[in-house]
Design a protein. Structure first.
Length: 381
């Protein structure tokens, strides 16, 4: 907590990322807290444990970043390919550059699954923590000729299959993209080719065997790719209800787009009924012994620092959250806390938050999207 004397604080607080010693416990039943060193929140997954060897972690961080060609801040960011939100302002890009390839993105936390040269399996989360799958719970990844698949990096979502009876489906890593497979670089291929390669070399041998080890920490599955001129099923009102996994969004890739780490302004993500939540760092200023104020800080990449974006109403619970990454929603002219986000080391950028606010005023609905995809059909045939 800061004293309020900004002259002593150089104007911008020197934020330190939370670590194991100074992280707050879960503070209130009102808040959902995502912990960075936990594989899945509120669920212990047998056979998956945090890697605590800092040298090994750093080596894997750098290796995976190099595999995707990440050029951002010397590999200090989760080195995945990020889409921008599809909005009324950029929707014309789909019409200008058809056809796009579309993939569904399931609901759930995102990981990079890494199989090293020895066949050991690791998963990297968004805060670049690594988790190892022990040998007793290893995922069967064997090629058609019976050889273990190694030197592989897959981009996916950990989720559960939907069950009509309300029970939990089996925990599954759903592959939504491929970076490397069996030592072969996939980043120069388009997403259709990447998915096809992984399906042929990883998934087909699993399907052919038809039985998997019951001790596997989780199952494997893979998404399907479609051209925009074949996305009627994805656009059908029933698709979200009938999909095997809870659906988060649809992702649109240019046909010739390779896999590039970082934000890709020509890859678009559309989420129906998006709530446009934004991620900030919460800063609490102590103005006097009894008076506090709370501010939400966003990243300003022009000056490479976090800056005050907006105030948020102070509460007793908020006073305990100084310096934490939080997810907030703009409702009726003010920001409301949704959850604590320890799974993110940085807040959103100012530009990102402003774009979300614009999209909230004029959301892109299914009715807006369908006619444009119809136009894309005509231009791509």
């Amino acid at each position: 907590m800061y004293c309020g004397d900004k002259s002593k604080c150089c104007g911008i607080p020197d934020f330190a990322f939370p670590n194991q010693q100074n992280q707050h416990p879960r503070l209130s039943h009102q808040f959902l807290t995502k912990e960075p060193d936990t594989f899945l929140d509120d669920e212990l997954v047998e056979g998956v444990s945090l890697v605590t060897d800092s040298q090994l972690v750093r080596e894997m961080q750098i290796r995976l970043a190099k595999y995707v060609g990440a050029r951002i801040h010397e590999h200090t960011f989760f080195p995945a390919m990020w889409a921008v939100n599809l909005s009324m302002e950029n929707i014309h890009q789909l019409e200008l550059n058809p056809p796009f390839i579309v993939t569904p993105k399931p609901e759930g936390p995102r990981f990079l699954l890494y199989v090293d040269s020895s066949g050991d399996i690791y998963l990297e989360n968004m805060t670049q923590h690594f988790f190892r799958v022990d040998s007793d719970h290893a995922i069967q990844m064997v090629s058609a000729d019976g050889q273990s698949i190694a030197d592989t990096v897959l981009d996916g979502i950990v989720t559960r299959e939907k069950k009509s009876d309300g029970n939990k489906g089996k925990l599954t890593f759903v592959i939504r993209d491929g970076i490397r497979c069996g030592g072969q670089d996939l980043t120069k291929m388009n997403v259709f080719q990447r998915i096809a390669f992984v399906k042929e070399n990883v998934m087909k041998p699993r399907w052919d065997v038809k039985t998997t080890n019951e001790n596997e920490a989780f199952d494997l599955d893979i998404v399907e790719c479609l051209d925009t001129n074949l996305t009627d099923d994805y656009q059908a009102q029933e698709f979200g209800n009938e999909s095997k996994y809870p659906l988060r969004s649809l992702v649109f890739f240019p046909r010739n787009k390779g896999y590039f780490g970082g934000t890709n302004k020509d890859v678009f993500q559309w989420t129906e009924d998006e709530n446009y939540d934004s991620v900030f760092r919460l800063v609490i200023w102590q103005l006097s012994n009894e008076t506090h104020k709370a501010e939400l800080y966003a990243m300003d990449y022009q000056f490479n620092r976090e800056v005050n974006f907006a105030p948020i109403a102070i509460t007793e619970d908020l006073k305990e959250l100084h310096g934490r990454i939080v997810e907030c929603r703009y409702v009726n002219g003010q920001w409301k806390l949704v959850r604590i986000r320890n799974d993110r080391p940085h807040p959103h950028s100012r530009r990102s938050v402003m774009n979300k606010l614009k999209m909230q005023k004029s959301p892109l609905t299914r009715l807006n999207l369908r006619p444009l995809l119809e136009k894309s059909k005509g231009r791509s045939q």
